[in-house]
Write a protein that binds this ligand. Structure first.
Ligand code: A3P
Length: 289
């Protein structure tokens, strides 16, 4: 399944996007000091962290996550529906929303605000494998015949939301800000409890031990996979061919080893080094393995 992308100032965006709302998002959307925004390059575990934060906000109780679709619990600020919803929520305060945008397209007002941003990263090798599969099922992303073709486009940054390297470099430039928290998919997998504590501390939320346990249980891969409000199964057939794949695919780290050839792996290592060399490599735990 696939269709044409929208191009805005040199960058590709998924099909349902509209330039008018991308412009509004960047130039006019007002980020408030008490907003919490999750930002991630696509296929980095975005929905997992939305589920975790949703559960933290409900002290582990799963009523909200089991009754409201994930995209309504934390709307995408770059979409028309997201902007409409966020305007309505304005008066209630403490908004929680999501974005895949790189810094240059993100609402300008954020850069003068005290809003909290959680920036989530994942090994780009696993992100591209996840994207390769997801693009086969969704209408908003273009699929490729082979994994090699997808890897080539991903490496060149000719995919929606552009280059992974540019995205990460742009956002990591804010890493010293106190209202900025970095998470990685790999560390979430390794020690979810420690990361839930970290998120709670960042958000200023205190949970009891049993409430943290509920968050861990309800955000687990198996529970999320069965939660139709989180697993994308309620997306209509015209947007997703559910026989071709699902958002909750494998939920592991290192699946890229089943897809990259030795030559592709070496070329990607070289590219990673070229693009990320001047950054502290401890920011990228998957590179340490
Ligand atoms: P895979 O395709 O590698 O399985 P995003 O939400 O940014 O689109 O990312 C989707 C990826 O996050 C998918 O990766 C999906 O399986 C994984 N994921 C979602 N929920 C998860 C969970 N609870 N635990 C582990 N991985 C999860």
């Amino acid at each position: 399944m696939s269709s044409e992308y929208v191009k805005f100032e040199g960058m590709l965006f998924p099909t349902p996007f509209n330039i008018k709302f991308l412009k509004y998002c960047r130039d006019e959307f007002v980020v408030k000091d008490n907003d919490v925004v999750l930002v991630a390059y696509p296929k980095s575990g975005t929905n997992w962290v939305i589920e975790i934060i949703s559960l933290i906000r409900c002290k582990g109780d799963n009523t909200w996550v089991q009754s409201i679709p994930i995209w309504d619990r934390s709307p995408f600020v770059e979409t028309e529906s997201g902007q409409q919803q966020l305007c309505k929520e304005e008066e209630n305060g403490a908004r929680f929303y999501t974005s895949h945008l790189p810094t240059q397209f993100f609402p300008k007002s954020y850069f003068h605000s005290k809003a909290k941003v959680i920036y989530l990263m994942r090994n780009p090798r696993d992100a591209v494998v996840s994207f390769y599969h997801f693009s086969k099922a969704t209408k908003f992303y273009k699929s490729t015949e082979t994994f090699s073709q997808m890897l080539e486009m991903f490496s060149q940054g000719t995919v929606p939301y552009g280059s992974w390297f540019d995205h990460v470099r742009g956002w990591l430039s804010f890493r010293e800000n106190e209202n900025f928290l970095i998470l990685t998919y790999e560390e979430l997998l390794q020690d979810l409890r420690r990361n839930v504590d970290k998120i709670c501390h960042f958000l200023g939320t205190k949970l009891k031990e049993e409430e943290v346990n509920l968050v861990l249980k309800n955000a687990s891969f198996s529970v999320m996979k069965d939660n139709k409000m989180a697993n994308y199964s309620i997306i209509s057939d015209d947007l997703m061919d559910h026989s071709q794949g699902s958002m909750m695919r494998k939920g592991i780290a290192g699946d890229w080893k089943n897809y990259f050839t030795v030559a592709q792996s070496e070329a990607f290592d070289k590219l990673f080094q070229e693009r990320m060399a001047e950054l502290d490599q401890r920011l990228f735990p998957w590179e340490q393995c």
